[in-house]
Design a protein around this ligand. Structure first.
Ligand code: NIG
Ligand code: FE
Length: 414
């Protein structure tokens, strides 16, 4: 007989459930369900019940639940979800950062041996074990900050073998951290310098040789591509994405980072998400709002590169769904602090608490096509974080300085 474990957590001053919010469009704080003096009853890895702590207490006791009696003030949120990261990488690009801040151009930095290719070289040099270890370390740092689900991209391998090495490293890291890692294949990050053939030949080789192995080994069911003039064009990517769709992969796109165009590709292919969008204009905002592709803002990349933020306010007002992710990577977004970045995006883009928090919980879950998390409601995974405060507004107000005091993943305190 499998063992059943019940735990009741409470009383929680405010449980912000993120339940019943529309997936798309602007949100007001009053739309958020906030349960005062809440209790959350967990059964194994799931939320069994959420409601008034004092109403739930007698029943919890009668079924022998462990009572986690909170002393002091706490606000509960669903575990945060970072739906776009590149945390599997070797080396640092501190040199690029300094050069960029000294006014050097993208090309000058690349010529001096910097840019994405530099990280490819360093990631290829790092053995599998080292990559596993680095990914676990970064995932655990995120977990401490309350991020219980983390998307992780490959894309610093850029050959069949090296992409496989990265995705196998992510799989091994996943087995060795409490955070849930969601792997994405970004073999179409940039055209590799050492591939003999055209960009399209490279993509063809990846689709034919790597995609079937991803399926066989269960390494990823998501395919990403960077659509940009320094990476792949909209035309380059057509047959790659067609093949990915045919094989049943979810599509996501690095879109409109420096010039607009990628978001059109994203909606054409029914992508789950279009990420970046710093360069999106009225037209791109309109098409994203009209369709189901989730817009993902990456404020950490704006901070890392010193470029404008994604037009989050305009996207929401036009009716788009907006998730917010860290893009944690060694080049454009080395900071990797999701809550700080989401809060600061909120101040610059005039976002409500509801919009910021939805962007890193329920809307981020949708950007990963996950319907078992992102809200505190019965039946979903017991991914719960507790901040030491009595007012949920302190969380964005403190701009990332307020960290969760307790983090639960799949019902287990981590
Ligand atoms: O999301 N835009 C392309 N890729 C990454 C940057 C990766 C890197 O610079 O290493 C991004 O910003
Ligand atoms: Fe990225």
């Amino acid at each position: 007989m499998p063992t059943i474990k019940h735990t009741l957590i409470g009383p929680i001053r405010q449980a912000v459930t993120m339940a019943n919010l529309p997936l798309k469009g602007a949100l007001k704080d009053e739309q958020m369900e906030i349960i005062s003096e809440a209790g959350i009853l967990i059964k194994n890895d799931r939320i069994l019940q959420i409601g008034s702590y004092w109403d739930m207490y007698p029943e919890a006791q009668s079924i022998g639940a462990e009572i986690l009696n909170l002393k002091g003030d706490f606000v509960a949120l669903p575990g945060l979800i970072d739906c776009h990261t590149h945390i599997c990488f070797g080396g640092s690009r501190a040199k690029d950062y300094a050069m960029r801040n000294a006014g050097k151009s993208y090309l000058e930095i690349a010529k001096a041996g910097g840019g994405i290719w530099d990280t490819v070289t360093k990631t290829r040099k790092a053995g599998l074990e080292k990559l596993v270890q680095l990914t676990i370390q970064r995932a655990n740092r995120h977990l401490k900050d309350g991020i219980t689900t983390i998307e992780v991209k490959s894309g610093y391998g850029l050959s069949v073998e090296e992409e496989l090495k990265m995705l196998r490293a992510i799989k091994q890291a996943r087995e060795n951290t409490h955070a849930d890692l969601i792997p994405t294949c970004l073999a179409a990050h940039i055209p590799p310098k050492d591939f003999e053939g055209t960009h399209r030949d490279y993509l063809k080789a990846i689709a034919e040789e790597l995609f079937p192995i991803l399926k066989e080994e269960g390494l990823s069911n998501r395919i990403d591509a960077f659509i940009e003039d320094t990476a792949f064009s909209a035309e380059d990517i057509q047959s790659y994405f067609h093949k990915a769709k045919e094989m049943g992969f979810d599509i996501t796109v690095h879109a409109d980072q420096f010039y607009a165009g990628g978001s059109q590709v994203a909606v054409d292919f029914g992508a789950i998400s279009a990420d970046h969008l710093e360069a999106s204009g009225e037209k791109e905002i309109r098409i994203l709002a009209a369709l189901d592709t989730i817009a993902v803002a990456l404020p950490g990349a704006s901070m890392g590169l010193g470029v404008p933020y994604t037009p989050a306010r305009k996207l929401l007002d036009a009716g788009a769904s907006l998730a917010i992710a860290s893009d944690w990577n060694p080049g454009s977004a080395p900071m990797g602090d999701l809550l700080m970045q989401a809060s600061i995006l909120g101040t610059f883009e005039k976002l409500s608490n509801a919009e910021v928090l939805a962007g890193i919980t329920c809307r981020a879950a949708a950007a990963l096509n996950l319907n078992d998390r992102g809200h505190l409601v019965s039946g979903l995974l017991a991914d719960i974080i507790l901040f030491p405060t009595d007012d949920y507004r302190e969380i964005t107000y403190q701009q990332g300085r307020l960290k969760p005091g307790m983090v639960f993943k799949n019902g287990v305190r981590v």
